[in-house]
Design a protein around this ligand. Sequence first.
Ligand SMILES: C[S@@+](CC[C@H](N)C(=O)[O-])C[C@H]1O[C@@H](n2cnc3c(N)ncnc32)[C@H](O)[C@@H]1O
Length: 303
Amino acid sequence: MAETVELATTPRNLPFNLAGQAGLRIGEGSAGGGPQVFPSQPTSSTDRYMQLDLEPFYLDLSFMAPLSEARATRLVEFLSATLAGTIVDVGCGWGELLIRVLEATPDAKGVGIDLDLGSIEHAMSLARERGVEERASFIMGDAKDQLPSVSQGAICIGASQIWGPPVEANLPLDYRSALTAVRNMLDRGSPVIYGEGIWTASPTPEAIAPLAGRYDEYVDLPELLDIAGGCGFSVMQVHQATLDEWDEFESGFSARYARWLKANGPDHTDASEVRARAEKQSNAYFRGYRGVLGMAYLAMLAT
Ligand SMILES: C[S@@+](CC[C@H](N)C(=O)[O-])C[C@H]1O[C@@H](n2cnc3c(N)ncnc32)[C@H](O)[C@@H]1O
């Protein structure tokens, strides 16, 4: 069995950077048939976690972030109120928020970019089911290389690591580089949702241990607001995920272990590994960063 790198259930520490395959372009949302998948290397949300056949996160989560339905609705309303043109979702996952924005804004177009083919494929199938495929493009690739030069709106949730050092380097999260890259592609006045991890209490040794092991990995909310202002944004709404949103997110993240154990039974050769992962994750959160690592969502205008 290959070594696993699945560590902490945080937006930053999810091992997405291991999906790795860059540069595939998927679909253009053009008239006549909607998005298409161009030749690809095989990858999926199962094989990136070694050979364990874990089911995809989207079976248990609407978003790969601690984000409730009520808050998602408010974020979509904010974007939709002023969006005129194309909105880009960097690190879009399976594109749920982007698709909701397109549903709420009939004249808008959307571009979702993510490294993970399984997520992009699911995004495309959701876009078709929801009737927005003609206005949605999904690109599998590194958002650093795939950003359009100009756009009129942006979503960046749990994806700042795209512009910072690799997650394995265990360095502080580089909020500034992410916000600067997003700002650079936006027309003035464009609406943006930026969602990112923050400390919501003083970090403890138990909290940082399963994360990057450092007290300066994240900033607190006031500092994040300063950084956003310094990068050319004016904040209109500040949201902070509640403990309920976190518990739901962590539960959804770990549900795949229970699914696997139910499907394969306790005598399967990998059962002890799956139980160990579930326990590690549970300890990391419930004995570690629960209530200390938070998540902020800033609804902003590029100014
Ligand atoms: C925590 S998830 C958030 C997904 C989505 N924004 C959501 O809220 O549901 C972070 C996403 O960033 C993607 N990602 C990480 N590095 C990336 C990169 N360099 N380029 C594009 N996507 C990347 C991951 O594959 C993952 O889907």
